[in-house]
Design a protein around this ligand. Sequence first.
Ligand code: MD3
Ligand code: FE
Length: 217
Amino acid sequence: MSLDLFPETPAVTERKEPLAPGAVVLRAFARSGERTLIEALESVIRRSPFRCMTTPGGYRMSVAMTNCGDAGWVTDPSGYRYDALDPASAERWPAMPQVFRELAAHAAAEAGFPAFVPDACLMSRYEPGARLSLHQDKDEQDLESPIVSVSLGLPAVFLFGGQRRAERPRRVPLSHGDVVVWGGPARLRFHGVQPLKPGHHPMLGVCRINLSFRKVR
Ligand code: MD3
Ligand code: FE
């Protein structure tokens, strides 16, 4: 047996942390296969680049977004919706890479949601200062399915609120490779992301990327 003092791939310990009924954090779950995941992400954004969208209230979001899969979440001055076409290209969103689909299904199963087949993946890029204010995700027709979210790059503080906006949110730190599954009674809880702190990530540079997998139709 050899003693490897300097392994090329450091060992990562996956841990399952229940957050609330229906919500579980799978720490470091996306670390194995992270290179393939990032290559797939790069191929999607070559066809549908990140862009800052405008809210119905006329504000430009600080988070830049894009999508892959059969449907993509978009916002513009006329409202929020899921659309089969990327408004920037007038073409369909890039297909959801197989590694994305497999990671989402595997994480959902680990959290007690077998047979999760997402048809949309909203991809969000946070640069230092970018934030997401408290909101609910309820534009999806299928509220029985969970949402699986994958955090990559710089760490962020996730705000996990209650069923009502007024409930004070818990702060949940999320870092590179963490996956969260939100389903059942947690599905409609208010949530957001605190302004991203500056920093540099060895694989993704000066940003955090979140992939959120949904079943919208
Ligand atoms: C918690 N994105 O895109 S992960 C969003 O980290 C969004 O970029 C955050 O909220 C991010 O809408 C959070 C995804 C997420 C999605 C739905 C949820 C977290 C959730 C529903 C209930 C509770
Ligand atoms: Fe959300």
